[in-house]
Design a protein around this ligand. Structure first.
Ligand code: AMP
Ligand code: MG
Length: 390
């Protein structure tokens, strides 16, 4: 059994070399940049009015200004502003020559072709050429995750296509002779397959693709065949169940038979101890214990960061700082435990009712996982903790 930090170190040392492709910008949400985004222009591209108002000279102490033209956003000013003059200007309009400030319309009065100042506007109200971005600036670096602001930033630079990393294909296979697909009738001793669906959803949420191979009973040859098939087509294969100490837990041996190099097969994590990780060529394989909360947690802690790397992104989970609302106690501290908790709007952290790693429904009440390090058996009410959002 290795400590969780060791497992994370092993996973971080795996090299991932995702391929790149060029796609339309509208499809880029959730993808990772495979190119630096370099600006071909200044932003703003000209001195731009930040207000609806009047453009004047700051060395002009007049009280009355002749309006020499009206500048709409998108039009080019024709006149230079001299003392005693102004141009009526709209937000986004180009500041005319001679003018170096804009007074907002709220402190002015317009009468018979003249503008009179009725109050004071201390602001300059000009967005200067290139103040946000300059030509040649690297605005976004390769490896940057594209969220809605990034989509907008790329568009603002005039680009309608972008190079991103390809979505990795993730194969999912569920083992277990007792497992039935939702929609079928359950017979005695059987349970529904939730793992394929929750794992599939976790994969899709990261932004990768799913190839679902279905359920295979605990039969060595069939499991081997299915894993072999998936390994041929996917960059990552996720196997649910069959990794524990039971008589029918064949997965680790099957992986070895398939030529997979096992990097670890027991981690001091709770839930999720029998997790197996291996590689074959560029293919990454995780064998995850079948209890649904284990599967979910193992994905969050171990699989998700590596999957993001297959997409070209170095993911680190965002930790939220909170305060324990109640005492947390456990009997043993031999493993690092992830406890499903509710993080509320006031920053309080409360473990949800949880009966163990089969209790998937508990996760519906949780929005974060609390990491309880090895050897820590108690976290008292009022302690400051950091939780990982789920
Ligand atoms: P295993 O890791 O195969 O020993 O399975 C551990 C526990 O998780 C058993 O109670 C299984 O019935 C349950 N389990 C395994 N696979 C699934 C699945 N796909 N969906 C829901 N529960 C599962
Ligand atoms: Mg099983």
């Amino acid at each position: 059994m290795i400590p969780i930090e060791e497992a994370e170190k092993i996973l971080n040392s795996i090299t991932c070399q995702p391929e790149a492709e060029e796609i339309p910008l509208m499809d880029a949400l959730g993808r990772v940049l495979a190119q630096d985004v370099v600006s071909r222009l200044n932003m703003p591209p000209f001195n731009k009015s930040a207000m609806d108002g009047f453009a004047i000279r700051s060395d002009d102490n007049s009280k009355k200004f002749k309006i020499v033209e009206v500048i709409a956003a998108g039009s080019v000013p024709q006149k230079k502003i001299e003392k005693g003059q102004c141009a009526k200007i709209m937000t986004g309009g180009m500041v005319p020559e001679g003018a170096d400030r804009v007074v907002k319309v709220e402190v002015t009065e317009e009468k018979n072709g003249y503008m009179y100042l009725t109050g004071e506007d201390k602001n300059i109200n000009i967005c200067y050429l290139g103040e946000d971005i300059k030509t040649g600036d690297v605005v976004l670096k390769s490896g940057h995750l594209v969220r809605p602001p990034e989509v907008g930033i790329i568009a603002s630079l005039g680009m309608d296509r972008i190079r991103v990393y390809k979505k990795p294909m993730v194969g999912i296979i569920t083992t277990g002779s007792e497992i039935k697909e939702p929609g079928e009738e359950l017979e005695k001793g059987q349970i529904y397959n939730s793992n394929s669906y929750s794992i599939g959803a976790q994969v899709l949420r990261v932004g990768a693709l799913v190839m679902y191979a279905g359920i295979v009973g605990d039969e060595r040859e069939r499991i081997k065949q299915k894993i072999g098939e998936l390994l041929g087509e996917c960059q990552m294969v996720l196997i649910s169940g069959g990794v524990s100490m039971g008589d029918y837990d064949f997965v680790p041996q099957i992986l070895k038979d398939l030529g997979v190099r096992l990097h670890f097969d027991n981690v001091a994590i709770q839930p999720g101890k029998p997790t197996v990780f291996g590689t074959r060529g560029n293919g990454l394989i995780f064998g995850m214990p079948g209890n649904p909360v284990s599967t979910f947690t193992v994905f969050e802690v171990f699989v998700k960061p590596v999957l993001y790397r297959l997409m070209g992104y170095w993911y680190t989970p965002l930790l939220l700082k909170g305060v324990m609302k109640k005492d947390f106690r456990r009997k043993r501290g031999t493993r690092t435990t992830y406890v499903p908790v509710k993080y509320d709007n006031e920053g309080f952290v409360e473990p949800v009712e949880y009966h163990g790693s089969a209790h998937l429904a508990s996760l519906a009440q949780a929005n974060a996982l609390l990491k309880v390090p090895t050897n820590v058996k108690e976290i008292v009410k009022g302690s400051v903790v950091y939780v990982r959002q789920i």
